[in-house]
Design a protein around this ligand. Structure first.
Ligand code: F6R
Length: 603
């Protein structure tokens, strides 16, 4: 979603801003812009489309400016146009915004009646006009920001620069925001993501909601000030040194980040095992033991929700502990029953997904502990959780999540094993090793999956089916395919097909049937039902099963042996390859699929 980078200091702001925005490109956006202060005037350059378009504009002008704010926009209010791109500015202020102003329509109407004009269709411009209005009433910039911020509703982060000074201002409510400083170079920074500031700002600060941040560069120093909305000094921020690394930004020998990230999974599983399981499993799992719950309330979105469904199976089957899994945007509005001795478990790669964060807040308000399975250390979810289980996936650049899914589910598996009475099971380490070896083998021999993709990529629709532990994988396989190949794909419980979706089956529809060794006969009957209706069948099943191979139009044979718990994750990697190859044959933008954002910070 929207990316924000701001700079103020003695050097040219254009370099760090554009570098920061390019690091955030993977999150998805549809226009980009920058505001610079040139000869004392605020000058805005913006363009719809890729950051490249903005770079071309900048190259033409070669601007130098000591203060600037940049933005990549993912449209919410108003079409994808250059006018709607950020920053929005006038002769007093320029503003970039991430989030949604929920009362924008009413405010805009009132402001127009008061004689204020608007240049865009965005909700964001309402904040600029409010600032301007309060300034014209005689308020200082800090006072105007406070008033404007208190007037709007909804979750948002704003960064503001002004014609009158080289200061940067920022404020947020339930949206990611980080400010940073480099004392040595006398530079102040602000961003929606600490990743944009790696190498620029060694010290970073995460303000809490409603804290106004002010970056003030002076001749010999730089200072960051924090204020409450009543403009008294605030200490409601968290300081951290920026320890993130940039190594993930290279694709290495791979054509796409997604392909790189699929291949990384085997070694990341080994690292996760080494991180959590000490002494090859003969010792208590580090950091994971000592909890149980009367009921787990698992909430997440998209792929993370699918990981939640896998984890529910672990908690129920291995631990016999109750777990409900909800889509975050549903959980928060359905007045869930939350009781003592229950735990809210939130799963998120980014740790910034607005709906997931809202569920965490809801559980906190109801006094139940909140645990997080999360990738980004220092993210909002991480900071607000009572207990964190990091998945250690490194930065995931591909918008379609691959490695994060595997590591979220595996982290849940380790939690589940840690809840067992016998923690000192040496077979656990071996099981993880076997999974990583099977995935490595699949990565080294993915050509047969590419051949299957070639056979089916022109088809109009895909139904993924699975039973039991493979049911969530049917969802995830379908989601991956629709995200990157732009084809209709659905995940279904294999046994549910005949209760409706079977009506869709004809020679243009492909059934990707996951047939694990468990419930094999029952799942095969479901495949037969599709076959009888001339549907094209791709079976992902146990290798060397000639009967199944004969039944299928195409067969992806996998070695399920020795993976009674973890085979769904292995199957899923095969489906990641299938989606990847279909998308490649269709020529889509695999790493940045249309309309998608990596981190969904609006509800
Ligand atoms: C799918 C995908 C999304 C995310 C979802 C949650 O490939 O990437 O469905 O899984 O937006 O994101 P996080 O995990 O960051 O909360």
């Amino acid at each position: 979603m929207c990316g924000i980078v701001g700079y103020s200091g003695p050097h040219n702001s254009v370099g760090p801003i554009i570098e920061g925005l390019s690091r955030l490109e993977y999150r998805g956006y549809d226009s980009a812009g920058i505001c610079l202060k040139i000869n004392g005037e605020l000058q805005i350059l913006k363009k719809e489309g890729k950051l490249e378009n903005l770079k071309e504009l900048i190259t033409g002008q070669k601007p130098t400016s000591h203060t600037g704010i940049g933005h990549t926009r993912w449209a919410t209010h108003g079409a994808v146009t250059t006018d709607n791109a950020h920053p929005h500015g006038n002769d007093l202020y320029a503003v970039v915004h991430n989030g949604i102003i929920e009362n924008a329509a009413a405010l805009k109407k009132d402001l127009m009646l008061e004689g204020f004009g608007f240049k865009s269709q965005t909700d964001s411009e309402v904040f600029l006009v409010l600032l301007t209005k309060f300034h014209k009433l005689g308020l200082s910039t800090l006072q105007s920001i406070s008033r404007a911020f208190s007037t709007i509703t909804g979750n948002s982060a704003f960064v503001i620069m002004e014609k009158a000074s080289d200061k940067l201002y920022a404020v947020k409510r339930s949206a990611p925001l980080v400010v940073g400083e480099n004392k040595e170079l006398r530079e102040a920074f602000v961003s929606s993501d600490p990743f944009a500031l790696v190498g620029f700002a060694p010290k970073i600060y995460f303000p809490q909601d409603g804290v106004i941040c002010e970056g003030v560069p002076t001749a010999g120093d730089v200072s960051l000030n924090f204020y409450e909305l009543d403009l008294s000094p605030s200490s409601r921020y968290k300081f951290q040194t920026n320890s993130m690394a940039l190594d993930a930004t290279s694709k290495g020998p791979y054509e796409h980040y997604m392909l790189k990230e699929i291949h990384e999974q085997a070694s990341l599983i080994d690292k996760l095992a080494a991180y959590y399981i000490k002494n090859e499993g003969r010792k208590v799992l580090d950091g994971l033991s000592g909890f149980s719950s009367d009921e787990w309330h698992v909430t997440a979105c998209g792929t993370a929700w699918h990981a939640g469904l896998v984890i529910k199976n672990f908690f129920e089957q291995i631990n016999r502990q109750r777990a409900t899994v909800d889509i975050a945007s549903e959980f928060r509005y359905r007045n869930p029953i939350l009781r003592n001795k229950e735990i809210g478990l939130f799963i998120s790669q980014s740790g910034e997904t607005a709906d997931t964060l809202a569920c965490q807040e809801l559980c906190k308000e109801n006094g139940i502990p909140t645990y997080a399975i999360v990738n980004v250390e220092g993210s909002t979810l991480f900071r607000n959780a009572d207990k964190n289980f990091l998945i250690h996936a490194g930065v995931e650049i591909g918008v379609a999540s691959t490695k994060a899914f595997t590591l979220m589910a595996l982290t849940g598996y380790l939690m589940s094993r840690a809840m067992e009475k016998t923690l000192d099971d040496p077979s656990l380490f071996g099981e993880m090793k076997l999974l990583s070896a099977r995935i490595a083998d699949l990565c080294a021999n993915s050509e047969p999956i590419r051949a299957v993709a070639e056979l089916i990529y022109t088809k109009k629709g895909f139904i993924f089916t699975g039973r039991g532990k493979y049911f969530p994988i049917a969802f995830e396989g379908a989601l991956k395919l629709k995200e990157i190949a732009y084809v209709h794909a659905e995940g279904y419980a294999a046994g549910e097909l005949k209760h409706g979706p079977i009506a869709l089956i004809d020679e243009n529809l492909v059934n990707i049937a996951i047939v694990g060794p468990e419930l094999l006969e029952k799942t095969v009957s479901n495949v037969e039902e599709v076959k009888a209706r001339r549907g094209l069948i791709v079976v992902v099943g146990p290798k060397d099963n000639s009967e199944l191979e004969d039944l299928a139009d195409a067969y992806i044979g996998l070695d399920f042996e020795g993976l009674p718990n973890l085979s769904p994750l292995y199957v899923n990697v095969a489906l990641q390859f299938l989606a990847y190859h279909i998308a490649k044959l269709k020529g889509t933008d695999i790493d940045k699929p249309r309309n998608l954002a990596k981190s969904v910070t609006v509800e």
